[in-house]
Design a protein around this ligand. Structure first.
Ligand code: ZN
Length: 328
């Protein structure tokens, strides 16, 4: 379906995903310090979208009440909040005399995820309401029917069958018996050499799932972005200071977990679905696997499902893909 324009910057679109159809609300923003433009997206599963449609009359009532109050007392900053579910809230607020409807994603700690908050001016919100019928029809059309499901699962099976069923891993064993495994022979050789061991073994393993590989690519890009932003924002680097302490406090030498907390939202904003899809294709190629999914669609799903900064601070799994990702 073509996107429904709500105004020059905001649009609404229904898409098909692995877990059924969903609605994407997106809006273009300008980063005032850097001057570049980026798009924020919020995704609604069919259930979540239906919940939003359900509360429209309530929101309309609040908007009308607030508009009437506007004449008497232009009280900016007053906000009316409604929880759509555990991870999304809707707000009605007034800013500089204008009414806004906001949709805000929350993380597991109920904190706002800044990169997943969109405020719509009243006229955009009204346009969204006007298009709810159209969206509902699109969602229904995209809902896989029984016959469609069976044929699409045959297709998935056929594609899986044509992709390779195993890939090679390379490993070495340290003196204490611990095994170290890699997806690249070169990386294995380097590490083994470093450990002073020269005996290699290899084994065939099932290839990782596309979704897991896409998640690895996304996490890699986020980590790279956090490192880059921390250098850009570092006070010590800015004045080229020789003392380590000037590079702390979320500067380039801060604890990794602090950097993740501080720059996670900026990193999310700077990584696009296109970048993830492109890196994923490079990784697939390096692993000698075949492309079995639409990379852009999968990238969007992975962005949607990515656990907010939890995975970036956790210890990396072994073997990981960073060596190969760096070559892509
Ligand atoms: Zn620094």
């Amino acid at each position: 379906m073509a996107a429904i324009k709500l105004d020059d910057s905001a649009e609404l679109e229904t898409r098909s995903g692995q877990y059924g159809p969903y609605v994407c609300l997106s809006k273009e923003y300008t980063n005032k310090t850097k001057g570049n433009q980026y798009r924020r997206c919020i995704f609604f599963s069919t259930d979540k979208w239906e919940k939003l449609v359900e509360v429209i009359p309530q929101v309309t009532e609040v908007l009308q009440q607030q508009q009437q109050q506007q004449q008497q007392n232009a009280d900016d900053g007053q906000e009316w909040i409604l929880a759509l579910n555990d991870h999304m809230r809707l707000t009605v607020s007034k800013f500089q005399g204008k009414m806004y409807v906001g949709l805000h994603s929350l993380d597991d700690q109920q904190e706002l995820v800044r990169s997943k908050c969109i405020n719509l001016v009243d006229s955009c919100w009204q346009k969204l309401i006007k298009n709810t019928g159209k969206i509902a029809r699109h969602l229904k059309k995209k809902q896989p029917s029984t016959t469609a499901t069976s044929s699409s699962s045959t297709l998935t099976k056929a594609r899986r069958g044509s992709a390779s069923s195993t890939i090679k891993q390379y490993g070495w064993q340290s003196k204490d018996g611990q095994e170290h495994w890699y997806y690249s022979l070169k990386e294995c050789q380097q590490d083994a050499e470093h450990a002073g061991i020269g005996i290699f073994q290899s084994k065939m393993v099932p290839p990782p799932q596309p979704k897991d590989l896409m998640t690895e690519a996304y996490a890699y890009l986020l980590r790279q972005a956090i490192k880059r932003i921390s250098r850009e924002q570092c006070f010590g680097c800015g004045i080229n200071h020789g003392s380590q302490s000037e590079h702390m406090q979320a500067g380039c030498l801060s604890e990794w977990s602090d950097l993740v907390m501080t720059y996670y939202s900026d990193a999310v904003n700077s990584v696009t679905d296109f970048m993830i899809a492109e890196l994923y294709c490079g990784l697939i190629d390096k692993l000698g696997l075949k492309l079995t999914e639409d990379p852009t669609k999968l990238a969007i799903e992975v962005q949607l499902m990515f656990p907010v900064h939890g995975d970036l601070t956790a210890e990396m799994k072994q073997p990981n893909f960073d060596y190969l990702l760096a070559l892509c």
